[in-house]
Each structure stands twice: as structure tokens, then as C-alpha cells.
Write a protein that binds this ligand. Structure first.
Ligand SMILES: C[S@@+](CC[C@H](N)C(=O)[O-])C[C@H]1O[C@@H](n2cnc3c(N)ncnc32)[C@H](O)[C@@H]1O
Length: 435
């Protein structure tokens, strides 16, 4: 299988199979390619999905009518070819030739003429085709209409900046394990290894690499010196303010980024790392082992407390809720392809269910940190406002300073703000005594 043919199959599996790109990149269709081809493969897949709406608008003009269901692999190869011609620096003739050659690898030799013809017509009529496509906002901003409309309504002054930031590449961010190194000491270690990086404002544990690197290149990675985690996600451990000896619940813990940060930061925490996905919990266990940290790992629906809770109240709860992930589109462009408008009310209900259930397990005087990587108010400030309105012992606490923006309830980071992912945090304290 050629790299382009593999990219076409992967993109097809995301667009028409509904699978996440991260998952598909772990499967044999991707893994069978040699390591030297992986960067190109990733670029072709990420790029084709990042610009999906725009590529679709161009392709619709070129094809006239869609290819039949059995030939979606050819259609996806055309998407990959157009991505290269529009966004990559590969010389046009090489991109066309390589894409046409890949048709055979899909065992669709009949389509060689079609692919060649479509891509060459694109090169001849490029400006007109792109101008025509860009008349639609969904193509111009490469966002599906429903999500564009939601972001525009939620952030009337920022929506264009949000869309642009969401279509850029994010830096690779590291979290330095403060039990092993100070951030400054690890920065020096990186520089000695030829990896340039810089500190991140407001997030003491974070370093942004100037150029992405494989984790095996990071000094001390296997021994737990450092983890890969966006700086916005690293704020959780600072906001939850755990003290030694506390009993802490991480209710939606997998793959364990925040669980391990909590444990790195505070000694002697008793942490329960809960997640409904047993397979994703495997990653929590692996991360804890690498970092030499301990937590009780439990597979259960956090919302069904009868199934997992022993009745002992928690001092701190982190609810990093399942969400639309609309704040992390720059790292997961397939979100724009996979999510539907109808997912949002369903997620909102699930988040409210989890909040209500977990609140019962929090000690009076204890704190619950609600987090999402969403930028939609329905899942964030509105969710928390509704919860505080119904839960009379829930007291909203003001958090943060300098990063993101304060909302009446919680704090929102928009994608790209000081280089961070889009994230939302709200801290609630449980009032002591009878109401
Ligand atoms: C945003 S991710 C958590 C990321 C994690 N906190 C970290 O920092 O690495 C949300 C997680 O919630 C889990 N989840 C979804 N519904 C759940 C439920 N009802 N109970 C427990 N976990 C759930 C998902 O399996 C997923 O791993």
C-alpha cells in the first residue's frame, strides 16, 4: 500500500465509518507503513480532515455528482490529492503523478483516468474553483455550518479568530514532572539534547517545544521525567488545590493526564481514577507506571455511584467531563467531521447527570473542579449556572488570573489564547452546614 492510498483509506474510515483519526492511526492500515513514511501519512490525513469542508466544496464542482458508495476510497484519494495541491509545497506534477499511481494500490485501475483528469482540471481552473468554493462560509473557514453558527453566536467578537486558530497546528507541549526536575532544569536538559523549547505564561509546569519530537527523543521520558499534555489541561492540577493526605476523585480519568499531574504535584494523595472505558483505563495504568505514581484505577459509570462508591466522601473531585472537544480541533481536526449538532444537547444532559451524581460524594467544604475542552457555553458556563441554581449548597468560586477570560460562571480559554487549547474550568465549593 502506498502512503497516499493508505491516507485515502484512513480518511475514508473517518468520514464514512465515523471512526476517530487517532484510533485509525493505531490500526494496521497506518502501522504497516515504515516509520519513514509516518510523518507524510499523518500530514496527509490531518490536512485532508482539517480542510475537509473546503476540499468537499472544490470536489463537488469537479465531480458533478458524487461517486458511488463502493468508490469512496477513490473519492478520498482525490481529497488527499487536492489537499496536497492546495496546501502542501510538493511540486504539482509530483503530487498528481503520485496520487494517480496510488489508484492502482486501491485496486481501482479504472479510476486512473478519472483521478488524473480531476486533478489536472483543478490545476487549470484552480483560482476559479477556489473562489467559487469560498463563497460558502463553511468552505472558506473549513468548518461545518452547524458548528460555525454555534461559535458565531457564542463568541460574536472572537469567532473568526477562533476558527483560524482551530485550523492551525498546535505546538507540542510538555509537562515536567516536578518530582524529578524543575521546569528550568528540564528546559536546560532539552536544550543540551538539541531540542529548543520555551516556558508557557501562567503554567509553571509547561514547556512548548519549538518543533515536535518523538517521545523517545525526550530526555528521561521512559523514567517519567516528562509527559505530553497541553498547557490548558495542566491548569487543572493547580486549580484543584489538593493538599497532602486528601481523598481525591478523578471521575473521568482516562488516559490519565490530569490524574498523574495531581499525583506529581502533591504528595500522599489518595486518588481514585475512574473511567467508564476499561480499555482507555489501560492507558492510565501505563502512564502511572511510567511516572512511578499510584492511584486506585476503577472502571465504572461515574454517574451510577451505587456501582463504585464506598460511601466515603471526597475532599476534591475533578470532573473532566465528556464533551464536544470543540476547543481542541487544532489537535483533532476530525472532530469537525465526526460531531453532529444533535451531539451537543446529549452531551449537555450527560454532563448534568454526572455533576448531580458526583456532588453527592463531595465532603462539605470540599471542592469540585468542572473541566471541558469545549468552547460552547451550553456545556460550560450555562451548564454550571444551571447546576448552581438547582444545587443550593454549591458555591461558585472565582478562579484564575491572567489566562483565559472570566465569565459569570467559570473561566474560558479560547483556542490559541497564549498558545493554549480551548478549555473551560469552573470551581464549586460545597457549603458546610444545613441550608
Ligand atoms: C476528556 S476525557 C478525560 C481526559 C482525562 N481527564 C485526562 O486528562 O487524561 C473524558 C473521559 O470521560 C470518560 N467517560 C465518559 N463518560 C463517562 C462516565 N459516564 N463515567 C466515567 N467516565 C466517563 C471517557 O471514557 C473519557 O476517557
Amino acid at each position: 500500500m502506498s502512503t497516499r492510498a493508505a491516507a485515502a483509506r484512513i480518511v475514508q474510515q473517518v468520514i464514512y465509518g465515523g471512526d476517530s483519526l487517532t484510533e485509525v492511526l493505531q490500526q494496521p492500515v497506518a502501522q504497516a507503513l515504515p516509520a519513514t513514511e509516518q510523518p507524510l501519512l499523518r500530514d496527509l490525513c490531518f490536512g485532508s480532515l482539517r480542510w475537509h469542508e473546503r476540499l468537499s466544496a472544490v470536489l463537488a464542482q469537479l465531480l458533478g455528482k458524487p461517486l458511488k458508495a463502493a468508490d469512496k476510497d477513490v473519492e478520498c484519494l482525490l481529497r488527499v490529492g487536492l489537499y496536497q495541491l492546495i496546501y502542501q509545497r510538493t511540486p504539482d506534477h509530483a503530487a498528481v503523478n503520485e496520487t494517480v499511481k496510488s489508484v492502482k494500490k486501491l485496486r481501482k485501475a479504472w479510476a486512473e483516468k478519472l483521478v488524473n483528469g480531476v486533478l489536472r482540471r483543478f490545476l487549470r481552473e484552480r483560482d476559479a474553483l477556489l473562489a467559487q468554493a469560498d463563497q460558502q462560509d463553511s468552505a472558506r473557514y473549513a468548518f461545518p455550518n452547524w458548528l460555525l453558527a454555534r461559535i458565531r453566536t457564542a463568541w460574536p467578537d472572537d469567532w473568526e479568530a477562533i476558527l483560524q486558530a482551530s485550523n492551525t497546528h498546535a505546538a507540542m507541549t510538555l509537562r515536567v514532572n516536578q518530582r524529578q526536575y524543575t521546569t528550568a532544569a528540564y528546559l536546560a536538559l532539552l536544550e543540551n539534547s538539541g531540542l529548543a523549547a520555551e516556558t508557557v505564561p501562567h503554567v509553571a509546569s509547561a514547556l512548548n517545544l519549538h518543533k515536535a519530537a518523538g517521545v523517545e527523543q525526550l530526555p528521561g521520558f521512559a523514567a517519567g521525567a516528562v509527559s505530553v499534555q497541553d498547557s490548558a489541561a495542566q491548569l487543572a492540577a493547580f486549580l484543584l488545590d489538593c493538599q497532602p493526605g486528601m481523598r481525591v476523585l478523578d471521575a473521568c480519568a482516562a488516559p490519565g493526564g490530569k490524574t498523574s499531574h495531581l499525583l506529581e504535584k502533591t504528595l500522599d494523595l489518595q486518588v481514585i481514577a475512574l473511567d467508564s472505558s476499561a480499555s482507555r483505563l489501560q492507558r492510565v495504568t501505563e502512564n502511572l507506571q511510567r511516572l512511578q505514581l499510584q492511584a486506585q484505577v476503577v472502571a465504572a459509570d461515574a454517574g451510577n455511584i451505587a456501582a463504585w462508591w464506598d460511601g466515603q466522601l471526597f475532599d476534591r473531585i475533578l470532573l473532566d467531563a465528556p464533551c464536544s472537544a470543540t476547543g481542541v480541533i487544532r489537535r483533532h481536526p476530525d472532530i469537525k467531521v465526526l460531531r453532529r449538532d444533535s451531539d451537543i444537547p446529549a452531551l449537555q444532559q450527560e454532563q448534568a447527570r454526572l455533576l448531580r451524581a458526583l456532588w453527592q460524594t463531595l465532603k462539605p467544604g470540599g471542592k469540585l473542579l468542572y473541566a471541558t475542552c469545549s468552547i460552547l457555553p451550553d456545556e460550560n458556563s450555562q451548564q454550571i449556572a444551571a447546576f448552581v441554581a438547582e444545587q443550593h449548597d454549591a458555591v461558585h468560586q472565582t478562579i484564575g488570573d491572567g489566562w483565559g477570560r472570566a465569565l459569570p460562571m467559570g473561566r474560558q480559554i479560547l483556542p490559541g489564547n497564549t498558545g493554549m487549547d480551548g478549555f473551560y474550568y469552573a470551581l464549586l465549593e460545597k457549603r458546610c452546614g444545613k441550608q
